[in-house]
Design a protein around this ligand. Structure first.
Ligand code: NAP
Ligand code: ZN
Length: 350
């Protein structure tokens, strides 16, 4: 086994603290990565707090991982020692269902294996541990190539925030001529703005934070609406083809559905603590022939496509680098919506 160190939480709602643990030896199809940076996703906090389901503890969060390959297995074809590499939210899947065969591993019919807080049922049934650590061993099939041309720390958030917003925009063919609203300007939201703009759409940010307007415009949004200001919201009624909803807390769907045009699509990527509660959407759906849809991260081929798209268009996340020991200050700020726009841990500080 490989001796590794990380920051783990030992029971739900507890604090992260240094923890030594073991990674599996590098198998024939595996690569070992020295982790250099790891992004901090709202999902990390949600899982530490058992918001979605009962977690597996000790838990080492982190699924926005970038670093350098330090060892490869004998049968590895696509990576060599010294390459930059990334790992996102998935590390295994059944590999043979129709969705895996289509490169949609995240929708694996037998269940995907998440990078942390999961048991790898296709391998050893042992818990997976994430990127708040110094090293990781992954199958090359679940390992991504990362461009040398982009700022590496700012590339880390692409592995979750990036693909989670890129994937639905591509799936619903968002592009030129579309008006897109991005609801919530945090880690996912700011990537949604960048991608929607890069794909040619006209973007409005819907936010609870008036102070984020200048940033939203710098990211490429042409309009900014403070959602607490009802008069401003009234002005954008029935005006969007798509809403990309990245809000991490419970919110009123009816209120936002009315902002969609005829046939408009409300794309939910945010995951509030109790899941999405659609309580009373009135006749908003029927009277506008609108839809509410969801999307989960993205498959491995599409994640590589997104990373290549980012390299071609010089797209990375806006980041605030933190030391590992400051993770709880970052979580506190994240809970208040005070992210600009992704915290990234410098693993040299572990
Ligand atoms: P984040 O950086 O904390 O951003 C969330 C943003 O939502 C905040 O910055 C804030 O933006 C807005 N917000 C927060 N509380 C709100 C409230 N009560 N009402 C209205 N708006 C509120 O989080 P993130 O990392 O981007 O993640 C966003 C959500 O996506 C989380 O639920 C996360 O678990 C989920 N997620 C889903 C997937 C997936 O596969 N679908 C993947 C990754 C993450 P403003 O200040 O602009 O209002
Ligand atoms: Zn994430």
């Amino acid at each position: 086994m490989i001796q590794a160190k990380g920051y783990a939480v030992h029971k739900a709602n507890d604090k992260l603290a240094p923890w030594n643990f073991e990674r599996r030896e590098v198998g024939n199809h595996d690569v070992q990565i020295e982790i250099l940076y790891c992004g901090v996703c709202h999902s990390d906090l949600a899982q530490i707090n058992n918001e979605w389901f009962e977690g597996i503890f000790p838990m080492i969060p982190g699924h926005e991982i970038v670093g350098r390959v330090v060892k490869v297995g004998d049968h590895v074809k696509n990576f060599k020692v010294g390459d930059l590499a990334g790992v996102g939210t998935l590390v295994n899947s059944c590999g043979h269902c129709e969705h895996c065969e289509d490169g949609l591993e995240v929708y694996c019919k037998e269940g995907v294996v998440a990078t942390y807080n999961n048991l790898d049922k296709y391998r050893d049934n042992l818990p997976t541990y994430g990127g708040y650590s110094n090293t990781i061993v992954t199958d090359e099939k679940f390992t991504l190539h990362v461009s040398e041309s982009l700022n590496l720390a700012a590339t880390a958030p692409l592995l979750c925030a990036g693909i989670t917003t890129y994937s639905p925009l591509k799936h619903w063919k968002v592009g030129k001529g579309h008006k897109v609203a991005v609801l919530g300007l945090g880690g996912l939201g700011h990537m949604a703005v960048k991608f929607a703009v890069a794909l040619g759409a006209e973007v409005t940010v819907l936010s609870t934070s008036p102070k984020k307007e200048a940033d939203a415009r710098k990211l490429g949004a042409t309009n900014f609406v403070v959602t607490k200001n009802i008069a401003e919201v009234e002005k954008v009624k029935s005006s969007f083809d798509f809403i990309v909803d990245t809000v991490s807390a419970e919110h009123d769907f009816d209120f936002y559905l009315s902002l969609l045009k005829l046939n408009g699509v409300h794309i939910c990527v945010g995951i509030p603590p109790k899941g999405l509660e659609v309580k009373n959407v009135g006749l908003s759906l029927q009277l506008g022939r609108r839809s509410v849809v969801g999307s989960a991260v993205g498959g491995i081929p599409e994640t590589q496509e997104m990373l290549d798209f980012c390299a071609a268009h010089n797209i990375t996340a806006e980041i605030e680098m933190i030391k590992m020991k400051d993770i709880h200050t970052a979580f506190e700020r994240m809970e208040k919506g005070d992210v600009h726009y992704r915290f990234v841990i410098d693993m040299a500080t572990l």
